[in-house]
Design a protein around this ligand. Structure first.
Ligand code: AMP
Ligand code: MG
Length: 446
């Protein structure tokens, strides 16, 4: 018996004055949104590298010099000519004359000749004439003017060659990468005090609904707390953007239109929450004709079918459904990739894994279902037999009002558009999300 929600999609009621609602398959909706976002790429700014973590790099990081810049010692020890110590061993010490000592940050003034050594610290430049480093552990009497070599070394041994990390001219990082600690390390290695990054898109959130009350205020009869505003603002921040103006308006089309017009001047993207479906009091839907280049559409996805998308005064506009699960899933699957496009990021999808479905679900041809699932690791035997590493289990009811299904999820399992259902045992792709546990990073990639 399937455990998913088997109800057919309701045919949207359409009052004579409501705008037409086009059905758009999920991939087409995403492509339309991303194309619009790509035309609104954020300008760049320079930030100090210590403040660049998590920002989107917008410059090529090219090595102007090789790294290391000069051959240097990988060990504390003695720069030697390998031929001089070829016969050395624990029972056959070879005496070398120590002519100089060079710490890191200094260069030798002398060239090594036959039978000579220069004492080097790790990172010190290799002196002229030497071709190897004899580690201090393989010597005795190094403090004296004469050191005893107790081992041979091959030419090049314990030497970090110039350019062995990267050559001059190497493109080390390309624009579009999120700056992580390793990118900051490269910026610093190259000597950049600042990084050129995308400016942060400010994202305005307007919640709609007569029933909504801010957390902290007492609830009257029929009222609920406005949770979506806070979830979505957190998702905006978690996506590396800046939560912008934040309004709540009652179910009044004029008030919605006014709010949208006001916030548009202070943000790069606008999200409305609720009021976009088929009900009689859906103010976003009613405000649409006055909004600008915005379309009301039905996206082939569940949860989150009724939506609006477009631009208002040159700013991206997303009308998200009011149900808490719907707005979170639509944000994750459509709004977040659009924001990452505004940022100029080169990767728009989060990591995903393949998992065998543990519960049967009902879907519908033409619709992509995003199931909130937990992931359990399979035993080695099961994993070998099934060719995947995880089992995905539904996080309880998949009702779009049941936010607990989000709270416990590791990711979103996607039922492809062409499937009317997914059976137990079927293998699906599970996308990781903002969700707390996240997809196991060691899973096989899609
Ligand atoms: P709507 O799309 O406006 O018809 O809302 C659909 C459902 O989501 C209703 O049960 C609303 O009460 C609920 N809802 C709408 N907006 C929010 C919000 N900001 N926070 C929590 N629930 C909401
Ligand atoms: Mg509403």
């Amino acid at each position: 018996m399937a455990t998913g929600d088997a109800k057919p999609d309701p045919v949207p009621a359409r009052s004579p004055d409501s705008p037409a609602r086009r059905f758009v398959p999920f991939d087409e909706a995403r492509a339309t949104i991303l194309a619009r976002a790509a035309s609104l790429l954020m300008p760049t700014e320079f930030v100090p590298i210590d403040e660049a973590l998590g920002r989107t790099l917008r410059e090529n990081l090219v090595a102007s010099e090789p790294s290391p810049r000069f051959a240097n010692s990988a060990m504390d020890g003695f720069a030697v000519r390998s031929v001089d110590v070829a016969s050395a061993g624990p029972d056959a010490p070879v005496s070398l004359r120590v002519v100089e000592t060079v710490p890191a940050g200094r260069v030798a003034t002398l060239t090594i000749g036959k039978g000579e050594a220069i004492r080097l610290m790790t990172g010190a430049a290799m002196p002229e004439g030497a071709d190897a480093v004899l580690p201090v552990e393989q010597t005795v009497g190094g403090q004296a003017p004469v050191v005893q070599a107790l081992a041979s070394v091959a030419a090049g041994e314990h030497v970090r060659a110039a350019g062995e990390d990267f050559a001059a001219g190497t493109v080390l990082v390309s624009p579009g990468r999120v700056i992580d600690p390793s990118v900051i390390g490269i910026l610093a290695t190259l000597g950049h005090p600042d990084a050129e990054v995308s400016m942060l898109p400010r994202v305005a959130v307007i919640s709609t609904g007569d029933e909504l009350v801010a957390p902290g205020a007492a609830l009257g009869p029929g009222q609920i707390h406005d949770s979506n505003t806070h979830t979505i603002r957190a998702m905006i921040r978690a996506a590396g953007c800046e939560p912008g103006p934040c309004w709540h308006v009652l179910d009044d089309a004029e008030a919605v239109a006014t709010a949208i017009g006001r916030v548009a001047e202070h943000c790069e993207a606008i999200i409305t929450l609720g009021g976009v479906s088929a009900g009689d009091f859906d103010p976003v839907k009613q405000a649409l004709p006055a909004l600008g280049d915005v379309e009301l559409w039905r996206v082939g996805m569940r949860p989150g079918q009724p939506q609006a998308f477009g631009t208002v005064r040159g700013k991206l506009f997303f009308g998200l459904p009011g149900n808490p699960v719907s707005s979170a899933v639509v944000f994750e699957m459509l709004v977040r990739p659009a924001l990452w496009t505004l940022l100029g990021r080169s990767v728009l999808d989060r990591p995903s894994v393949r998992a065998v479905l543990g519960d049967a679900v009902v879907s519908k041809v033409g619709r992509r279902d995003f199931l909130r699932v937990t992931l359990e690791e399979l035993s080695p035997e099961e994993s070998l037999a099934l060719g995947v590493a995880y089992r995905a289990r539904l996080t309880g009811t998949q009702s779009s009002g049941a936010f607990s299904s989000v709270l416990t999820a590791d990711g979103l399992a996607m039922v492809p558009d062409d499937k009317p259902a997914a059976d137990r045992g079927e293998v699906l792709t599970v996308a990781s999300t903002f969700l707390p546990r996240g997809v196991h990073p060691r899973g096989p990639s899609k």
